[in-house]
Design a protein around this ligand. Sequence first.
Ligand SMILES: [Zn+2]
Ligand SMILES: [Zn+2]
Length: 158
Amino acid sequence: MEWFAWFLHKYVMHGPLWILHEDHHTPRPHRKWQLNDFFAFFFAVPSFLFILFDHLYSMPLLGAVGYGIMAYGAAYFFVHEVLIHRRLKFMTGVNHWYFEALNRAHKIHHSRKTKEGTENFGMLWVPMNYFRASLKKFNRAGLNIKNQDRTLKLKKTR
Ligand SMILES: [Zn+2]
Ligand SMILES: [Zn+2]
């Protein structure tokens, strides 16, 4: 699904269907919905139909694909809409190197407002250098906390 979503984003949304995706790159803050939100149907409709066909004609493979698309849709909602774009204000305390890397890579993707010339089309998987940079930052922060603890303890024992 991640590969399929990457492909769709790179070659369809930044291709023939740029008309629908454009307002996600140039958001109008006073508007709650974007034309880009229509892409939810691109996933929801086949997912629903596959699950329905499985129930009616017992086609477990098709059903599995349907549930897979549904699970990816849920991940997309929490990661892309909530954690990255903060369109809904919850899960605000999430602080993890994995999400930090996804967020940075996606913000770089958004730094271009045009159809061409941008990078990082993935959502749950981004180029390794983002993960490396994020891990480094979190490790450094972790060390700083440990050092602070040590100095605090030193102060107390004095
Ligand atoms: Zn895009
Ligand atoms: Zn986005």
